[in-house]
Design a binder for this molecule. Structure first.
Ligand code: 5AD
Ligand code: SF4
Length: 432
């Protein structure tokens, strides 16, 4: 059958859509890019904030209208896991609902749905890690590789442990094999992903050992990873990032708030001071590192003073960039039991304040790079102007520069001439 997949949410969902593609391909199904040509339409969903969830539900209703009449529509991922059969009542014409641990069953489920039976499968408990994923037949220059799944942290605002289950790591050998398979298909950069990637553990070997093992894959040029939790980013990992040449100098380290009492209510297990000290160790141990973060404003009870502490933390750390959100109540989490008492307009104003501040800081941090040279992996023509090339620096920053499209896939050195909040602009590339 012809299958169309649309993906929302984090890098793990991107990876899972690829996993679903290979599970279905090994069962004889093909992928299509046009929803009107599909026999099966699958939407892979995110439930981390209510707005994202509502948007995806709207999209599902809309897709039904774009599909051929006889095609079947299914929802997978975190919203499927969270809402289960309630979705059948909300989305007319929905044929299947499949949770995050049931993707192996999709070939059978699609067959049943095609025969007119509605299927809901959101079973958990097996601790599925998709260790034995089927082989791939094509790969991009930069790819994600899942190394662990789930989360044991229970941050009070977060739905992830409920929709992704307990932490479980893949076997090192399977991860290394998958990276080698991708490299044979042309990949040169991998991002090792997990909800809490630094707590990776395989028979006593931790994440620093995994970095060493993946770095051993010949012809792989770069390794990135995300997301780090401050409690698991050990000195050993900092040393590994600083000393293994292939590992890029970028740490995504969500802080969430700059106020220690809000952090305690969020159950983050560190104080502001501990976070600041960790950021300092990272910067000392990894020269040139980019530090990025996630921040939530308007957590229950967040006072003006506590919000100011977040602002002052941002000024103190000067993150390279940040994803910023207003707090969204997620049913079933601990924080859902607290009064959501910061008015929406206050949340919006606080969010605008920190977005403006971060834009300013990012511009200044980038401006300081003018005159320096960046090592760039060339990805291809720039989307906005195909006479220019696009690539990322080791720190993960977008770099635009002139050059021949044949440089795609090569590592070059680019001298930075000017910068903006989002992009570095460089001169002629030099092959390194
Ligand atoms: N409301 C707002 N933002 C949230 N995040 C997670 N849960 C919520 C929530 N309930 C944010 C956190 C996390 C990022 C992926 O999403 O900042 O790091
Ligand atoms: Fe969204 Fe979290 Fe699920 Fe990723 S794991 S898709 S961020 S809810």
């Amino acid at each position: 059958m012809n299958v169309y997949i649309e993906t929302y949410g984090c890098q793990m969902n991107e990876y899972d859509s690829r996993l679903i593609t290979s599970i279905l391909a090994s069962d004889g199904h093909g992928m299509v890019r046009d929803v009107g040509a599909a026999d099966v339409v699958i939407v892979n969903t995110c439930s981390v904030r209510e707005r994202a969830e509502l948007r995806v539900l709207g999209r599902l209703r809309h897709l039904r209208g774009l599909m051929r009449k006889e095609a079947v529509l299914g929802i997978v991922g975190c919203v499927a896991q969270r809402m289960g059969d309630r979705l059948l009542r909300e989305i007319p014409g929905l044929s299947f609902v499949v949770g995050t641990e049931q993707y192996w069953k999709l070939p059978d489920i699609i067959e049943s749905a095609g025969a007119g039976r509605t299927v809901v499968n959101v079973g958990t408990g097996a601790g599925e890690s998709y260790d034995d994923r089927p082989g791939l037949d094509e790969a991009s220059l930069c790819e994600f590789v899942s190394v662990m799944r789930g989360c044991n942290n229970c941050c009070s605002y977060c739905i992830v442990p409920y929709v992704r289950g307990r932490e479980r790591s893949r076997a090192t050998s399977r991860i290394v094999d998958e990276v080698a398979e991708l490299v044979a298909l042309g990949t040169r950069e991998v991002t090792l992903i997990g909800q809490n990637v630094n707590s990776f553990s395989d028979e006593g070997r931790g994440f620093a050992d995994l970095l060493g093992a993946v770095a051993g894959v010949a012809r792989l040029q770069r390794i990135r990873f995300a997301t780090s939790h401050p409690k698991d980013l050990s000195d050993e990992i900092i040393d590994a990032v600083g000393s293994i040449g292939k590992v890029c100098e970028h740490i995504h380290l969500p802080v969430q708030s700059g106020a220690s009492d809000v952090l305690a209510a969020m159950n983050r297990s560190y104080t502001r001071e501990q976070y600041v000290a960790l950021a300092q160790r990272i910067r000392e141990g990894i020269p040139g590192v980019a530090l990025t973060t996630d921040i939530i404003v308007g957590f229950p009870g967040e006072t003006k003073q506590q919000f100011r502490e977040t602002v002052s933390l941002m000024n103190e750390i000067r993150f390279d960039s940040a994803f910023m959100f207003r707090y969204s109540v997620r049913e079933g989490t601990h924080a859902a039991g607290l009064a959501d008492d910061v008015p929406e307009e206050v949340k919006i104003a606080r969010l605008e304040t920190i977005i403006g501040l971060q834009k300013q800081v990012t511009s200044e941090v980038n401006a300081a790079l003018v005159g320096s040279s960046a090592e760039v992996l060339v990805e291809g023509p720039s989307q906005k102007n195909d006479e220019l090339l696009f690539g990322r620096s080791r720190a993960g920053k977008a770099v635009i520069f002139p050059g021949d499209a044949e440089l795609a896939g090569r590592i070059v050195s680019v001298k930075i001439g000017s910068t903006s909040a989002w992009t570095l602009h460089g001169g002629d590339p030099v092959l390194s």
